[in-house]
Each structure stands twice: as structure tokens, then as C-alpha cells.
Design a protein around this ligand. Structure first.
Ligand code: ZN
Length: 440
């Protein structure tokens, strides 16, 4: 269904809709409402050049680079390269382990890194790392050979070094990954084992040329670790991880004024304003899924995954928000596990949550979660609120309350439009549900 030229029209949706009247800029056109410039201690950032209305599409861009890490189920590299361990386990675990979570591009790294550390022992023989570097490895996680080899292969396949490198080369990167000598050694081996044997007529690189290539690849690997966007595996099945040059420039806040999301239909990254933004304001998105976690947990993850020292957003500066987060956590998952009891097997981290006993209690919990999410201290006008509205809708349907179900479907639809836009499948799905309920 191509609705990109139509404005949404769910006239029955409750409450006023803060939808901008201006159309989206055509895909691929340079955004005129933002610019990239220095952002103090944050390095570079993205700033509004004019007042931006809530719901405006700020960015709509294709990936510069994609990496099919979670699609590598075959054994092309794992075990196929002499002496290299297979890392298939980390990919399958990634798919199964996080598929029920929300957009958690950061957590993928956590799982992957841990699994890689667990499976990494046979690579230690020829390591020359000192204690400091080993400590760093233990902290960051070391990539398995097959992961590095796949990455290098994709770099060559996508012609990045010739064509698109300039779009990526000024992106921020993980210093620890860039300086990781094990990664460099693996990249050297990649050239020796994969590039030279398959191209017997090519004259080998001089050692200086090789080192220059190794540095380039290591830098891109480090950029990938910092900047890539990992799509949610159930919402975007089969979608690769990607690096989006402009979106990757946006800094983090736990109370963001914008929402970034992969459009599963177009394969493009979109960023939408989730509240009105004044000219000159910096654009922020939330890295990973930060709602329902404590300040300490969020900051530990930001440090580990993004090397960010302490978020300074209003939520992180107010310890009371931890209590609100805890309430949302208990209420959201209590309702969720009533609707999806099987998910409990996967989401062991929330085992301490008590599932609602019946649909009526689940609805009360979801409705209470909505109230907390709407607290200005949380300012959580995000996907979590949309998800909670959807749960309320499903629970009202279970309780034979079609009128109330329609109200919640309309609320979700309004929010999906703001955070994802009219051409996004998640919006279209919510909109279709709302229309179906209207017809009842
Ligand atoms: Zn914060």
C-alpha cells in the first residue's frame, strides 16, 4: 500500500492531533530544518535551523553501510576458516533472546559481546596484549574472527573504500575498538586468507599499503560499533544493521525530542520530532531502550556501549524518575505477560514481575502505566506509550469493550504517526486496526 502522498484521515481519533500540515520532504532530499555542528562536550550534534513542529519528519535517509550480522545463519565462515571459532551462537541467541524486547540496538551488543567473550578462548594463543588491553577486552567484549571477517567481506562487497567512505569517515567511533590490536590482526589475516587467495592475479599489497588498509578497516569497524542501528528483529525481520550518516550524528537523551526508526517498507531511516522543537535546539534521540530502567543502569550501558560519560538529561538528574521507571516496569510487564505468557521464557530479566491474573487486572495495569508514562517528568511520548496503548486496545477487546478499544487504537495511531510517519508499516497497521474497530 502506498500512502506516502496521502495525509492521514482517522477523523474519529480522540483528542486533538498535533499533526503538522506541511507535507514530508521527498525522500532523499536534503533536510532543510537541521544542520550538523559542534555540540560542546558531546562533539558534533544535529540542531534545528528553524522551528520544527511535533510530528515533522526531520530525516529520511538510506544506509551508507549495512551489515547482515543476524542473518548469518549459514556456516560459510564459522568453522570454515582454519583455526577460527564459529560465532553462529551469538547470532541465533541475539535473534531469540531479544526478539520480544523493544528497539534495543544497544542490548544486541551486550548479548553479542558476552557471548563472544565466552567463545573466544581459542584465539588467545598468539595474543600479545598486556594486562591493560586484556582488561579493556573483557570490558568491551572481543569480536570473534568470523564477525570481523564478515564485516570486512561486506566492506569489500559494498565498495565502501572506493565510494562511500567519505560519508562515514567523520563519524564518531569507538576508541577502544579502533585501538584493539586483535581486531587489526584479524583484518590482516582477512587480507592474507580471503583477499589474496581469491585473487591470485592481483599483486599483493606492500606492507605499508596493507597497514593503511588495516587502519581503514579498523576505523570502519570502530565506527560500526559506535554508530550502527540494529533494527528490532520482530518488527523488521530480515533487516540488516545499518549505518545512517545523518542519524548517527544525533546525540543521546533519555528524554529525547525526536524518535529514530527504521521504516521496514522503504529500508530508510526516519527521524521524527516527538515534540515541538525551537530553532537552535539540539535534536536528541534515545540510544536503545531506556524506559523502565534506572539512571544507574542507563548510564552504565551508555558508558559501555557508547563511551558516553554520564547522561545529563533532566530525567537522569532527577532521582525520583527511578521510582516512576520502576512503576512503569512493573505495570507494563505485568500487563504484557498476561497477553503474551510465552514471552516469559525469553525475557528472563523480568522474571520478578508478577503477571496480571486476568484481563481486567491487566487493563488496570496498562492504564496505570499510561498515566505514569504521561507524567511530565518522564515525558515518554515514545514507542513505549504507543505499545501500552496497543495493549490497552487488545485488553478492551478481550473484555468486550469495543468502544474503549477503538479509543486506545486511535491513541496508538496518533502516536505512531508522530514517531514513525504515514508511510511506516507500524503506523499503517495501527491505522487499519483503528478503522476496523470504527466499523464495528
Ligand atoms: Zn539521561
Amino acid at each position: 500500500m502506498n500512502t506516502s502522498n496521502n495525509r492521514p484521515f482517522f477523523t474519529g481519533a480522540p483528542g486533538p492531533l498535533a499533526v503538522p500540515v506541511s507535507p514530508y520532504p521527498p525522500p532523499g532530499s536534503p533536510s532543510t530544518v537541521i544542520e550538523v555542528r559542534p555540540a560542546g562536550y558531546m562533539g558534533l550534534g544535529v540542531f534545528a535551523t528553524q522551528n520544527i513542529l511535533k510530528g515533522t519528519r526531520i530525516i529520511d535517509e538510506p544506509p551508507v553501510f549495512t551489515f547482515h550480522s543476524h542473518l548469518c545463519e549459514d556456516d560459510e565462515y564459522g568453522g570454515g576458516i582454519s583455526g577460527y571459532a564459529s560465532d553462529d551462537s551469538d547470532e541465533s541467541m541475539l535473534d531469540e533472546g531479544v526478539s520480544m524486547r523493544n528497539d534495543n540496538d544497544q542490548e544486541n551488543f551486550t548479548d553479542q559481546g558476552q557471548e563472544e567473550m565466552d567463545n573466544d578462548e581459542d584465539m588467545n594463543d598468539d595474543d600479545e596484549e598486556n594486562d591493560d588491553e586484556e582488561e579493556e577486552d573483557a570490558y568491551k567484549g572481543s569480536p570473534l574472527p568470523a564477525t570481523v571477517f564478515r564485516f570486512c567481506d561486506e566492506l569489500l562487497l559494498q565498495g565502501l573504500l572506493d565510494g562511500k567512505l567519505s560519508a562515514m569517515e567523520d563519524l564518531s567511533y569507538s576508541q577502544a575498538m579502533y585501538e584493539n590490536e586483535r581486531i587489526r590482526e584479524l583484518i590482516r589475516r582477512f587480507f592474507h586468507e580471503r583477499v589474496y587467495p581469491s585473487q591470485p592475479n592481483c599483486s599483493p599489497l606492500s606492507s605499508e599499503e596493507l597497514e593503511s588498509k588495516v587502519q581503514q578497516f579498523a576505523r570502519l569497524y570502530a565506527i560500526r560499533m559506535r554508530c550502527q542501528y540494529s533494527p528490532h528483529t520482530t518488527e523488521h525481520p530480515g533487516s540488516p544493521e545499518g549505518i545512517y550518516a545523518l542519524q548517527a550524528r544525533i546525540n543521546h537523551s533519555c528524554m529525547p525530542n525526536a524518535w529514530h526508526d527504521l521504516n521496514g517498507a522503504t529500508g530508510r531511516m526516519t527521524v521524527h520530532a516527538v515534540r515541538d522543537i525551537r530553532a537552535g535546539e539540539q535534536i536528541f534521540v534515545a540510544y536503545g531502550e531506556y524506559l523502565r530502567r534506572t539512571i544507574a543502569e542507563r548510564n552504565a550501558e551508555l558508558l559501555q556501549m557508547d563511551e558516553i560519560q554520564g547522561c545529563m538529561c533532566a530525567m537522569c538528574l532527577n532521582p525520583y524518575t527511578d521510582e516512576l521507571q520502576a512503576q512503569v516496569y512493573r505495570l507494563f510487564w505485568g500487563a504484557f505477560y498476561f497477553l503474551y505468557p510465552d514471552a516469559r521464557d525469553v525475557l528472563t530479566e523480568t522474571m520478578d514481575v508478577r503477571a496480571a491474573a486476568d484481563a481486567a487486572e491487566a487493563l488496570r495495569m496498562a492504564q496505570a502505566a499510561v498515566e505514569v508514562l504521561k507524567n511530565p517528568l518522564m515525558d515518554a511520548e515514545t514507542k513505549v506509550l504507543a505499545d501500552t496503548y496497543r495493549m490497552c486496545c487488545f485488553l478492551c477487546q478481550k473484555l468486550q469493550q469495543p468502544g474503549q478499544a477503538m479509543v486506545y487504537a486511535g491513541l496508538e495511531t496518533s502516536l505512531q504517526l508522530i514517531i514513525r510517519g504515514v508511510d511506516n508499516p507500524n503506523f499503517q497497521e495501527a491505522d487499519a486496526r483503528f478503522r476496523d474497530l470504527q466499523r464495528l
